[in-house]
Design a protein around this ligand. Structure first.
Ligand SMILES: Cc1cc2nc3c(=O)[nH]c(=O)nc-3n(C[C@H](O)[C@H](O)[C@H](O)COP(=O)(O)O)c2cc1C
Length: 208
């Protein structure tokens, strides 16, 4: 852990304006982050999120050229598309079966859980499936940024990309909603984003 307390980590994370050019992030370093990201919560533990990591320089430039013109995409070590699976509920059996096999879930509870999941997602329909994809992927994305920071990497969450073009460019299936772009790298010390004004607690929290 790079920070001595969680509070220090929370204060250290900022959205990078720009990154130092030419810094490589390896698959191994990314997988260390993802290994912790996997513990993020998700509705029914369905794990709706999928990360599409654009690490290859040529592909990253193509992505910047066609779908995301911000300069930091160029200087980032990787541009990561956070996707949310609108059909994540169809993984229910695969996710719950091992728990049944291990005896953590009896046959009746297993069957009821699967039935509840299908009934909820199919019963509430397409808008709910999309909301769920966005909700769950966003929670995971926030965890990604904090874990990355803890491991010495800077990030920027970005809506500055064209989702439709991105889907075509990388042949992303229709089941997946592009939720967020995260650029990752080492922040350029000559172009640091100052902490923006934050509303006081009394303004964004209401107790009833
Ligand atoms: C959903 C979302 C989309 C954002 N899109 C962009 C973006 O396209 N480009 C950018 O430079 N910053 C983007 N940001 C970063 C915000 O500007 C930043 O989080 C905000 O100014 C607060 O700064 P901080 O994260 O450094 O505390 C985005 C943040 C979020 C949460």
């Amino acid at each position: 852990m790079a920070y001595s307390s969680f509070n220090e980590l929370i204060n250290a994370r900022k959205s990078s304006n720009n990154f130092l050019e030419g810094i490589e992030i390896t698959e191994e370093q990314l997988n260390e982050i993802f290994t912790e990201v996997m513990l993020a919560p998700s509705c029914f533990n369905l794990q709706h999120v999928k990360y599409l990591v654009i690490k290859d320089k040529t592909m990253k430039e193509l992505f910047r050229d066609k779908a995301s013109p911000q300069y930091k995409v160029h200087t980032s070590s990787a541009a990561i598309i956070v996707l949310g699976n609108k059909k994540a509920y169809k993984d229910a059996e695969r996710i719950y079966e091992p728990m049944k096999m291990l005896g953590m879930l009896d046959e009746i509870s297993y069957a009821k859980t699967i039935q509840d999941i299908y009934a909820m997602y199919e019963g509430r329909g397409e808008n709910f499936m999309r909301d769920e994809a966005i909700r769950n992927a966003s929670i995971s994305a926030m965890m990604f940024m904090l874990i990355a920071k803890d491991k010495g990497w800077d990030t920027c969450p970005m809506m500055g990309f064209n989702a439709e073009v991105t889907k075509k460019l990388f042949h992303i299936e229709d089941d997946y909603e592009p939720v967020l772009l995260i650029t990752i790298g080492k922040e350029d010390p000559n172009n640091i984003r100052l902490r923006g004004y934050r509303k006081p607690v009394g303004e964004f929290v209401e107790y009833i």
